[in-house]
Design a protein around this ligand. Structure first.
Ligand code: SF4
Ligand code: SF4
Length: 94
């Protein structure tokens, strides 16, 4: 059986919040960011660069709460909170 990330994602259960727990605090810094690290580091492909609007789109519903984007963002503009209460991802056993 394959153990790639796509298969792992099938073992997760989400309870989506209506409000994003991930926010960009300064969109201008994203425009100036040359690495766009967030679009590569996230295992759930939460961040997408939109060349038309020149901003990062955040698909926060898919977040696995791993925290990697906070570390990877070169300009430290990701405001990252744990989802409220029972919202967010649940890691199932087995
Ligand atoms: S790595 Fe940080 S600054 Fe760069 S595009 Fe992503 S969120 Fe914006
Ligand atoms: S916490 Fe992890 S899964 Fe969530 S957006 Fe950041 S890198 Fe992606």
């Amino acid at each position: 059986m394959s153990t790639n990330i796509d298969n792992k994602l099938y073992t997760l259960k989400y309870s989506t919040d209506t409000e994003s727990h991930l926010k960009i605090t300064d969109k201008e810094k994203c425009r100036l960011c040359t690495s766009k690290n967030c679009t590569y580091i996230c295992p759930a492909k939460v961040y997408e660069w939109n060349p038309d609007s020149q901003e990062i789109i955040i698909n926060f519903e898919n977040c696995l709460e791993c925290g990697a984007c906070r570390i990877a963002c070169e300009k430290k503009v990701i405001d990252w909170q744990y989802p409220k209460g029972t919202k967010g991802v649940t890691f199932k056993q087995g």
